[in-house]
Design a binder for this molecule. Structure first.
Ligand code: NAP
Length: 313
């Protein structure tokens, strides 16, 4: 997938820097384009070999946010023609019950992707459960073998975790040069920061990682042509942290109080958007930037898995 989303064919470079020229990276639009492409591929696959990709989602417990994510994933599957299989287990389920469902889905030829919604209840061993998903169906890309492949030179990646994959896809579709550029990733979680840094390195960027123990993070971020921020701290990255012309991918989703909003809060990113717009050459908004890309990449990984399993080119 490498179609350009940029209206002009221009390459975004660090030289383009003024408030007037800041480009808003429209994750909603790119995600819609990707869903349309996936939909077309699924029709082609169904017509030629009669296979429909299947995604199994396991949800344990009653967390409202997790239930919403699962509902959204199910809806997204329907829009592109992926068949979804959902298992909702009560909070007090045992680890063995979850492992049994994983084992059944591992063996089920109709299922090409398996996703365990995180976080799991505290009495369960997350590592144990994630490791049980067979690597060929690990569309979340959280299996240590998948992360290992991502980290090793010369290895083909298997499944790339969805959020960082979405970040890189946005850079590609907006023709942002990565090779030879200085990139800074803020955050080093297993699901976003670390794989994002590995992906940037695979694309020949020179990568630094900033985390909670980093001294003077702004000195490091100011050197970056590309910043990917995945921290979870509202408006932490100020305009003064950004090199003029840098490209900013803001993964953070942070609720902040807002009495003017009917819900009493609004969502902001890790990056102070108003300040960043005055310095950066391109930036993702929150919401509407990385968020929609995460689900689009899950669908993309599920299609990829079905194609691999059925050797469909
Ligand atoms: P996480 O597991 O809590 O990791 C946060 C990372 O940020 C950690 O590595 C932590 O450093 C670092 N950090 C915390 N405070 C910092 C500070 N003051 N300065 C520098 N680094 C700091 O979070 P996550 O799961 O990666 O998620 C990060 C954000 O992305 C959250 O807002 C989450 O909601 C959002 N998110 C969005 C999507 C999406 O689809 N858009 C998907 C996933 C996550 P240490 O390692 O030193 O603790």
């Amino acid at each position: 997938m490498a179609r350009s989303a940029s209206s002009s064919s221009s390459v975004i470079t660090a030289a383009m820097a003024s408030e007037a020229s800041v480009k808003v990276i429209d994750g909603k639009k790119v995600a819609k384009d990707i869903r349309d492409e996936i939909n077309a591929e699924i029709s082609r696959m169904k017509d030629s070999i009669g296979v429909v990709p299947g995604l199994a989602v396991i949800l344990v417990g009653e967390r409202k946010d997790s239930a919403t994510y699962v509902r959204n994933k199910k809806k997204a599957c329907e829009t592109v023609g992926i068949k979804s299989y959902e298992v909702c287990l009560p909070e007090n389920s045992t680890e063995e019950e979850v492992l049994k469902y994983i084992s059944d889905f591992n063996d089920d030829p109709m299922v090409h992707g398996i996703l365990v919604q995180l976080p799991l209840p505290s009495h369960m061993d997350e590592q144990n459960i994630l490791n049980a998903v067979c690597i060929e169906k690990d569309v979340d890309g959280f299996h240590p073998l998948n992360i290992g492949r991502l980290a090793m030179r010369g290895r083909e990646t298997s499944f790339v975790p969805c959020t960082p994959k979405g970040c890189i896809e946005l850079l590609h579709r907006y023709n942002v040069e990565i090779k030879g550029k200085r990139a800074v990733v803020i955050g080093r979680s297993n699901i976003v920061g670390t794989p994002a840094a590995l992906l940037l390195q695979r694309e020949d960027a020179t990568v630094s990682i900033v985390h909670s123990r980093t001294r003077n993070p702004e000195e490091i971020t100011r050197q970056a042509d590309i910043i990917i921020s995945a921290v979870g701290q509202p408006n932490m990255v100020r305009g003064s942290w950004i090199k003029p012309g840098a490209v900013i991918i803001d993964v953070g989703i942070n609720p902040v109080e807002d009495a003017t909003n009917p819900r009493g809060y609004r969502l902001v990113g890790d990056v102070c958007y108003e300040e960043a717009c005055k310095v950066a050459s391109a930036i993702t908004p929150v919401p509407g930037g990385v968020g929609p890309m995460t689900i689009a990449m899950l669908l993309s990984n599920t299609l990829l898995s079905a194609k691999r399993i059925h050797n469909f080119k």
